[in-house]
Design a protein around this ligand. Structure first.
Ligand SMILES: [Mn+2]
Length: 397
């Protein structure tokens, strides 16, 4: 017999599907949240017969169970853990641990891609085009490579995963992967997925108007409440408010926090680690501890949301030689303009700030981090210019 303890997200369930393709009735699969894994490990160690081979994928045990697994392995063997989370690297010290964040070619791995390679190399699963494509879609979604590759199919696979139950998803995929030569969605799914994409877009649009900015330690964080689409919300808000170092997504119902960043200078697995969580450099999570609650909920509750930059302007645009006009909630007016070569200046209510900047991006980042200002719409900009001209002509008279 085999047993698989894996994560309850797309990547974790991808492993479950591969296990069932490889072992059929001979495998028991349990899908877990990060916190329920340790209970399942303890149950296995105490109750499962010793000829059961245990796989753990996409999740890692706590310190106590790490030791128990090592003791069990020394006595009986029959354990293999496969993971790709940076915060699990220490498990490579064990014979039963294989943690790989990047493969030899420099591609980011996922638990599903690692498990697939493992099963194929052990002759436990025969590779096919359909399975390979499915595994690659899961990998691209999980590592967020789909976005840079514009692989909508990978994103759609995750959307489908959330539209149906895990059981139904598993059943659909196993059927499809055993009968088809290529992986594809059926017509009904395609229509459903189009509607789902629209729904996600509307959800994100709303979240863009609810985010607050908080300075925490050395970083500026954007804090938002969201129950669904965490990766999509984190990514889109990260791009919209790129002056923020990372995005904090609070799910009060499940008392969980997700952290996301689009930047390379921040490691959100370290931030989650402060509260006992973990994950990847750009995506991580933890439970909402008292300490985290104080920092992200209590201390930010009174803050007003940020405002998006105007998007459809023709005149007031960024990096314009005339200057770009910004405003904040106190009705302060800011102008960013190029004074001389590589010498960008910020004027606050007509008075130039002391600091100057070598690029527009740096100036704007400073402005947004310190004053929470947004690019105003063309009509505000034009009104501002008219007033300026009026003042000038009054002076001349
Ligand atoms: Mn994963």
């Amino acid at each position: 017999m085999y047993k698989l303890l894996t994560h309850n997200d797309l990547d974790g369930v991808g492993c479950g599907i591969l296990a069932k393709l490889a072992f059929g009735q001979e495998v028991k699969v349990r899908y877990n949240s990060i916190s329920s894994l340790n209970r399942e490990i303890e149950f296995f160690l105490e109750n499962d017969p010793p000829d059961t081979f245990l796989f753990i994928t996409d999740l890692s045990p706590n310190e106590e169970n790490e030791k128990k697994l090592e003791d069990y392995f020394k006595e009986i063997g029959n354990i293999q853990l496969l993971d790709h989370h940076k915060t699990a690297m220490h498990l490579n010290d064990y014979e039963w641990g294989l943690v790989l964040v990047e493969d030899e070619e420099g591609n980011l791995t996922s638990a599903t891609s690692l498990f697939y390679e493992f099963l194929v190399s052990q002759n436990l699963l025969k590779p096919t085009n359909a399975i390979s494509e499915f595994v690659e879609l899961v990998r691209q979604y999980d590592t967020w490579e789909w976005e840079k590759n514009e692989n909508q199919k990978a994103h759609a696979l995750n959307s489908l995963f959330f539209l149906v139950s895990i059981d139904e998803f598993e059943e659909k995929m196993i059927e499809r992967l055993t009968t088809n030569d290529e992986y594809d969605f059926d017509e009904f799914e395609k229509r459903l997925l189009n509607m789902e994409e629209d729904k996600i877009e509307r959800y994100i649009r709303r979240k863009k108007r609810e985010i607050v900015q908080a300075e925490i330690g050395d970083y500026f964080a954007g804090v938002i409440y969201a129950e669904s689409y965490h990766s999509e919300v984190g990514n889109e808000l990260g791009k919209e408010y790129s002056h923020l170092d990372y995005i904090v997504i609070l799910n009060m119902g499940s008392k969980k926090i997700s952290f996301r960043t689009i930047h390379d200078h921040v490691d959100v697995s370290e931030i989650a680690g402060i509260f006992g969580g973990g994950g990847h450099q750009k995506a991580s999570g933890c439970t909402l501890t008292d300490e985290a609650y104080k920092q992200y909920v209590l201390d930010t509750f009174h803050l007003d949301p940020l405002q998006e930059d105007a998007k459809r302007n023709r005149y007031n645009i960024k990096q314009s030689s005339f200057g770009s006009l910004y405003k904040n909630r106190n009705e302060d007016i800011f102008l960013i303009y190029l004074k001389s070569d590589e010498h960008w200046v910020i004027e606050k209510n007509k008075v130039a700030l002391e600091q100057t900047f070598t690029s527009f991006e740096q100036a704007e980042r400073f402005l947004k981090r310190n004053f929470e200002a947004w690019l105003v719409r063309d009509d505000v900009f034009v009104e501002y210019l008219m007033n300026e001209i009026e003042k000038l002509s009054n002076k001349e008279e």
